[in-house]
Design a protein around this ligand. Sequence first.
Ligand SMILES: Nc1ncnc2c1ncn2[C@@H]1O[C@H](COP(=O)(O)OP(=O)(O)OP(=O)(O)O)[C@@H](O)[C@H]1O
Ligand SMILES: [Mg+2]
Length: 307
Amino acid sequence: MPHQGPGFLENQELQLILFGGKGGSGKTTFAAATAIYRAQSSKNKKILAVSTDPAHSLGDSFGVFIGDELIPVNGIENLWGLEINAPKLLEDFKQRHEKAIKKLADRGTYFDQQDIADFFSLSLPGLDEVMAIIEIANILKNGQYDLIILDTAPTGHTINLLALPEQMEKWIKVFDLMQEKHRYMGTHFTGRRYVKDDADEFIEMMTRDIGRVKNLLMDKKITEFVPVTIPEPMSIYETERLLAVLKDYKISVKSIIANRVIIDEGVDCPSCLSRIREKEKYIREMERSSLFIISLKCLYSLPKLGG
Ligand SMILES: Nc1ncnc2c1ncn2[C@@H]1O[C@H](COP(=O)(O)OP(=O)(O)OP(=O)(O)O)[C@@H](O)[C@H]1O
Ligand SMILES: [Mg+2]
């Protein structure tokens, strides 16, 4: 396969690039490297590198401290970093909307569904990450940044994150039905015009936010997901599962990064050669698996920032 640069490095229309894959595959390294490349190659664009992984290491990759507030990355004037504290966002969300959610739960007593109960407990796996992606969609909407590069948590979290908006959209429709009954009773028995309350506002806000996230993730023009894998069986199988989920949710994948590829440059030690052959075997397997592969030479160092 010819070595040509992946499209996400050059495509100026992109607004969101997500890096995802198995733990330790190189997501953070490639997110950071892409952010630096894009910032340096388009000086007139504002780039934001964001991590949603609870075990943040984006700052370490840049060699700077990044916290849950937007911060400029030293040494590159058009690059910023943010490590989102997703559990804290979820906690804030719960506190802000507790009353409206309680109202909805009370009005929905005729719905005896476990998944609705799950929503009201706000403890679903992936919900904190949904809060993070809502935050990202809002940052993009506000237009402060031209491009967000997202370093995600390992695959399991990412799959939850991708599945949940769809699920939430269904629940929100159910909430709206519950509210409709309440609205009807309110107007039918009092004869007065219905006045919206905080439960209605909550439904409207969630409809808007989840809709925005779905539109963003599914917009092939502006969003691209880049799976990062390594030429080893477990990583390949996990990538295949991730690709299937991305396909289901209609999220664009144009490049896959095969990291930690070792290239035969005249090595003559037998054990190195056998490792190289082993990796080559799995690269062939990935190619046969109809995945579009960019084989990268090992990256041993990234530009050091911040002195
Ligand atoms: N091509 C490479 N050559 C050498 N070392 C690499 C390469 N890619 C990544 N590494 C190193 O491997 C380790 C894991 O990489 P990285 O943190 O980017 O993976 P990750 O997918 O983000 O991991 P996690 O799932 O834990 O967040 C890091 O120490 C990184 O510096
Ligand atoms: Mg990482």
